[in-house]
Design a protein around this ligand. Structure first.
Ligand code: ATP
Ligand code: MG
Length: 366
């Protein structure tokens, strides 16, 4: 038997073979759809660091809605978000059957709509209502927006205002937004969009190692490949439950086994796992950490390297000493790195990394 195709997907936004540890969120969302207008899980905010699975979570929510024959619009935030939404939601490219037709929208086609900011909330509502009229009874409209941290404030306000009205009118709609944790919490604290505080907040963290082990075992053994329990355990531990790393380790140990010319037995050995882990770590650094580090001034990188000497949070005093700098001097970089959301201050006088594996990556580069 030849070695089967690699089932692991270490690529941003691509569905993994098993969506580990997210079944509760799926259940909540499904119930929200089934319970009808007013259900709290019809407004979901998904927050999580890079590589935690926000995009694939939105894809999964989309599937759940489509199974119920809902109409789904997926968007990624960037300038012009609200106008793009309107253009896609409005049936017949902006010509609203049965509702007031906004002259500004007549004959507009996708990507060409530009609406005065003050008119956006009402136009978005009109578009949603017009779309709902075209859908069969009981069928609703789901809007998912990814990378919400890149949205303009005016767009967020317009969308939240429109959503609020739709909910108030008991319309058959649902919204799911995903973004980086800091931005989601800023959003919840912002005065303009108090409505969003009602959202059901789902924080995507690391998944339990027991689930990782089980899914590795299933994904591998169900394809006729053997792996012994020790090797399985090694692979599981190396992921630390970080979703992107799960796919990287899975992918690279599979590849190592397939490429071993002597592998007549279709087995992933402990050695393949070792090779896989090393390659996975290198990839993680390239994919997630390098783009962040390469943009920083040299002394900011020195600050991070000084932090990487610790196994947990670092004291700011210690960092300054390691940099041979005064506290004031080191502090400039601390402020910059916090602004860039690369580090945070878990307590007064301490700093820690916010990007998974950045510490390990910096150590390798030393
Ligand atoms: N629950 C999960 N179980 C296993 N693998 C997962 C899970 N969620 C995501 N992944 C995998 O992790 C990787 C990252 O997923 P995704 O692109 O959705 O993350 P993200 O949070 O959107 O990242 P970013 O902030 O960079 O956009 C992908 O390879 C995906 O297949
Ligand atoms: Mg994403």
């Amino acid at each position: 038997m030849s070695f089967p195709a690699n089932p692991f997907k270490p690529t941003a936004g691509v569905m993994p073979p098993v969506l580990i540890g997210r079944s509760l969120i799926c259940e909540d969302f499904s119930e929200g759809l089934d319970d009808g207008p007013g259900a709290p899980d019809r407004l979901m905010l998904i927050s999580g660091p890079r590589g935690s699975g926000k995009t694939v979570m939105l894809i999964e929510l989309r599937k759940l809605a489509e199974q119920r024959h809902w109409f789904v619009i997926d968007e990624t935030a960037s300038s012009g978000l609200c106008d793009r939404l309107i253009a896609q939601i409005a049936p017949d490219h902006g010509i609203f059957a049965g509702t007031t037709i906004k002259p500004s929208l007549m004959g507009a086609s996708l990507g060409e709509v530009s609406i005065a900011p003050a008119l956006r909330p009402s136009t978005l509502r009109d578009a949603m209502n017009a779309r709902l009229k075209t859908l069969g009874k009981g069928k609703g409209l789901l809007i998912t927006i990814d990378e919400i941290q890149d949205a303009d404030d005016t767009d967020i306000t317009a969308i939240a205002t429109a959503a609020q009205h739709m909910f108030r009118e008991n319309a058959n709609v649902a919204f799911a937004f995903a973004g980086l944790p800091q931005v989601i919490s800023d959003l919840l604290n912002a005065k303009v969009v108090t409505f969003l505080r009602r959202a059901s907040l789902k924080k995507l963290g690391d998944v339990p190692l027991d689930d990782v082990r089980e899914s590795f075992a299933h994904t591998i053994r169900s394809r006729g490949i053997t792996i012994d329990d020790t090797a399985l355990e090694e692979a599981t531990q190396a992921t630390e439950g970080y979703p992107y790393m799960i796919q990287l380790v899975g992918y690279h140990m599979w590849r190592a086994a397939r490429r071993r010319k002597t592998n007549a037995s279709n087995e992933i050995t402990a050695e393949d796992v070792q090779t896989g882990i090393i390659q996975a770590r290198a990839r993680l650094g390239e994919g997630v950490c390098a783009p962040v580090i390469d943009k920083l001034p040299e002394r900011a990188v020195d600050y991070l390297k000084a932090m990487a000497k610790d196994n947990g949070p670092s004291r700011t005093q210690t960092i300054a000493k390691r940099m041979n700098a005064t506290m004031d001097y080191a502090n400039q970089y601390r402020v910059k790195l916090i602004e860039e959301k690369i580090i945070n201050a878990p307590e007064r006088g301490t700093v820690d990394f916010t990007i998974p594996y950045l510490r390990e990556y910096l150590r390798i580069r030393e």
